[in-house]
Design a protein around this ligand. Structure first.
Ligand code: EPU
Length: 327
């Protein structure tokens, strides 16, 4: 399978940036990765594997061989003391959540409607509404691009923390091929997060999922309508003294004494909510989202991100870290 030259990535990124890769290919069988890796080496370019393109900011021309992971397949094993759900990397994450909940299995419903693929989920340890992937993770299989071998990672080996994993730290060395989750037999709903706390403790997985979907729809723009890559910055984790100096910011104390602050609040407080540079803007209903109002360019998005970082840093001395990868 030869990659396609001057490959159009516009349909493969939820920010809707017009971008082209030097070469691109759709991967339907993970065995194709070795060939693509050899091809990339032969043309002197890196190989980048992407999933749903929901956590990406693309340059106008991506100097790489880009492989779009499209492998499919999912299964459930109910024979053990937990219920084990396995899905191929190219499966849509939100569909997987709907599929498990549809079978009556609770456990990942708080992660409903998160855009992206199953293979991308562990890379940034996706999280929302009081749950992280790590909480339900069992193991994954990854292809090691260094020596073209397959490796299994259990939960400890993945090094999960807030939006972090060894896969992110190794910058694309490991390509996730499939993910296995453990969902509990004795399920109880996780209703701690604001908006879920009004549901009764007897709520079913489907009812929790429905509420999560409603909250997400009310707060976050649908990328099909308004291009975006979800949260554009991490919520910064700072020491208690720094947090105490900003009295009004929503805060989430961490076990080690540090404090996670709301990046959305920080951005709103410096009057950047709704701010636009060209066709890129801060979403006017949620300050953590950078949106493409139509025809935005990489340069506009980058300039806006720089403005947010420098303004927040100038006011509070806090450095915001960008969440989406730049290719
Ligand atoms: N807030 C503002 N201004 C805004 C929006 C929110 O001040 O424009 C304040 C709210 O008042 C609230 C706080 O910010 O107190 C938190 O807002 P929200 O509940 O929307 O959550 P978030 O911290 O902004 C994080 C995740 C989201 C995830 C939600 C829900 C990160 C970087 N983001 O956002 O994840 O859906 O919590 O759990 O941790 C993503 O990673 O792409 C993503 C959408």
């Amino acid at each position: 399978m030869d990659p396609i030259a001057d490959f159009d990535l516009t349909p493969f990124n939820t920010m809707g940036l017009a971008a082209r890769a030097r070469f691109g290919a759709l991967v339907t069988d993970s065995a194709q990765l070795s060939d693509l890796s050899r091809f990339a080496a032969s043309v002197g370019l890196p190989l980048h594997v992407i999933g749903g393109g929901s956590n990406l900011v693309l340059r106008d021309v991506v100097e790489a061989v880009v492989a779009v992971m499209g492998t499919k397949g999912r299964s459930v094993d109910t024979t053990g003391h937990t219920i084990r759900v396995t899905a191929a990397a190219g499966e849509d994450w939100a569909e997987l959540v709907g599929w498990t909940v549809g079978q009556g299995f609770g456990g990942i419903e708080n992660l409903a409607l998160i855009p992206g693929t199953v293979g991308a989920a562990p890379v940034q340890n996706i999280g929302a509404y009081g749950l992280e992937l790590a909480d339900r993770f069992h193991a994954l299989t990854a292809w090691d691009s260094v020596d073209s071998t397959l490796r299994t990672f259990n939960r400890d080996e993945c090094g999960f923390s807030y939006r972090q994993s060894v896969f992110k730290q190794h910058g694309g060395r490991f390509v996730v091929l499939d993910v296995t989750l453990d969902v509990p037999r004795q399920w109880t709903p996780n209703l701690g997060y604001a908006g879920l706390d009004t549901l009764p403790p007897t709520a079913s997985p489907a009812e929790v999922m429905e509420r999560v979907v409603a909250i997400r729809r009310s707060k976050l723009p649908d990328w099909r309508v308004l291009g975006n890559a979800g949260s554009f910055f991490h919520n910064p984790v700072v020491d208690a003294e720094t947090a105490a100096a900003i009295a009004a910011v929503p805060r989430y104390p961490q076990l080690d004494g540090s404090v996670k602050l709301s990046a959305a609040w920080l951005i709103e407080s410096v009057a950047l909510k709704g701010h636009r540079i060209g066709n890129a803007g801060i979403y006017d209903k949620h300050a953590l989202i950078v949106v493409n109002h139509g025809g935005a360019t990489y340069a506009e998005v980058a300039e806006l991100a720089d403005l947010v970082r420098s303004t927040v840093s100038g006011r509070y001395g806090i450095a915001l870290t960008q969440e989406p990868f730049v290719l």
